[in-house]
Design a protein around this ligand. Structure first.
Ligand code: ADP
Ligand code: ASP
Ligand code: MG
Length: 407
């Protein structure tokens, strides 16, 4: 059996934890499996490196950021290989480049184009453990170090599992699996035995950082068998699987939230064709990704307010663009609200059951929480609310949809 195991930041957060990882890997090897290990940077390390860069440069160059950030994962990989060698297991660590993880050149959010994994295959064939520094690759064009976006070691693991045709990809983290809500916010959250790729994809993209969104997309596309487990115990984790008939019976599988968005409003623009088109083509032209959009027409029907959300890190740029457009159009102005959060409910059962959205709105209303924006898809409903109510909203929705564990 060939297994790819990924250990996140907390799981390699200290030398003690790295030794525990080595013991777990060693056990698996001794039971006859071949193992490739992907490691994240030690917990807090990537953020520390980002802070260092921010102290030295106002707008750090992304190429240099990638070389800097990739170093965190390299430290963990080498230390893990050393720890394995200490337990008597033959192991070798590799950077993204040495694994042949080839990406485009979109620094800090590169996409994987191809994986050769030649060195890994040879290492595994010799019966040795290959330890891979996660989160990184090398650009096909310039051979520069790239990184795969925050949480990107999950993608390294899934992509390697696909390339190596592994029998299983295990994501080891600091919780026991995927829960009905973030267990650190909702103590009553229940661990799911299994969840469909579609639902996991929605949960991840709507804020549940337990798996990186792109890693789930990749796993779905290449049918990678995926399980999320704790590196702190031996409890069974959550399997990410293809949807089955039973899953549709459950209305809502999970509640999640995202506090990393800002809401911008272009106020009092003339209500005529072409305005939204101009606004959003300029926003898109600057590479900003818009999530929700709401337009309100004034009572006299002559002007409109257009609100939209973008990632908070792009707030300043978004305001600059919108303000310029507002001046050109004779609009009343631009309003920014950063203290917002998006709470969402996800479940394939919504496809076949009505009344799920209205129950969500009613629950929020009963708690005095105002909804600023709404968006829906086949298997999710999201509401933008004031961020100070995030935890309250998540707990209330979790309870309203009966997601808590049995007493
Ligand atoms: P790692 O460093 O192992 O990659 P992350 O911090 O990226 O770990 O992801 C694990 C965290 O995801 C958990 O500690 C938990 O707080 C958070 N989380 C958010 N939503 C969920 C959820 N629905 N189920 C499980 N964990 C969740
Ligand atoms: N170390 C990187 C991050 O913190 C990648 C990862 O942990 O998956 O985003
Ligand atoms: Mg993570």
């Amino acid at each position: 059996m060939l297994i790819v195991q990924k250990y996140g930041g907390t799981s390699v957060g200290s030398l003690e934890r790295i030794k525990a990882v080595a013991d777990r890997v060693a056990k698996c090897v001794r039971s006859g499996s071949r193992v490739a290990v992907v490691v994240s940077a030690m917990s807090g390390e990537t953020d520390r490196l980002i802070r260092l860069a921010a102290e030295i440069a106002k707008r750090p160059d992304e190429r240099e950021m990638d070389l800097l950030l990739s170093s965190g994962e390299r430290v963990s990989a080498a230390l893990t290989a050393l720890a394995l060698q200490e337990t008597g297991i033959k192991a070798m660590s590799f950077t993204g480049r040495q694994c042949g993880i080839i990406t485009d050149k979109a620094h800090t959010r590169a996409k994987i184009e191809k994986i050769t994994a030649e060195r890994l295959r040879k290492t595994l064939e010799r019966g040795e453990v290959a330890v891979v520094a996660g989160f990184q690759g090398i650009s096909s064009e310039d051979e520069d170090v790239t990184t795969l976006g925050r949480g990107g070691s999950d993608l390294t693991a899934v992509a390697l599992a696909a390339a190596l045709k592994a029998d299983l990809c295990e994501i080891y983290t600091d919780v026991e699996g995927v829960y009905t809500a973030d267990p650190n916010i909702v103590p009553e959250a229940r661990k799911l035995e299994k969840i469909s790729y579609e639902e996991m994809l929605e949960l991840a993209s709507l804020g549940a950082k337990v798996l990186q969104t792109r890693s789930v997309e990749f796993a779905k596309k290449y049918d990678v068998p995926l399980v999320v487990k704790s590196s702190f115990n031996d409890m069974p984790g959550t399997y990410i699987v293809k949807e089955d008939a039973e899953m549709e019976k459950v209305l809502v599988s999970g509640v999640t939230y995202d506090k990393n968005q800002s809401k911008l409003t272009l106020l009092g623009v003339p209500d005529r064709p072409g305005i939204a088109s101009r606004l959003f083509s300029e926003i898109a032209g600057a590479g900003l990704v818009v999530d929700m959009i709401v337009q309100n027409i004034s009572a006299d029907g002559k002007s409109a307010d257009i609100s939209f959300t973008i990632p908070r890190t792009d707030s300043r740029r978004g305001v600059e663009i919108t303000r310029e457009l507002a001046d050109g159009l004779g609009a009343r102005g631009v309003d920014v609200k950063e203290e917002i959060s998006k709470v969402s409910i996800v479940g394939v059962g919504m496809r076949t059951h009505s009344g799920v959205a209205s129950k969500m709105f009613e629950t929020l209303a009963n708690h005095g929480i105002n909804i600023m924006m709404i968006s829906t898809s086949e298997i999710k409903v999201s509401c933008v609310i004031d961020s100070k109510y995030t935890e309250l909203a998540v707990r209330a929705l979790h309870e309203a949809f009966g997601l808590e564990k049995a007493a």
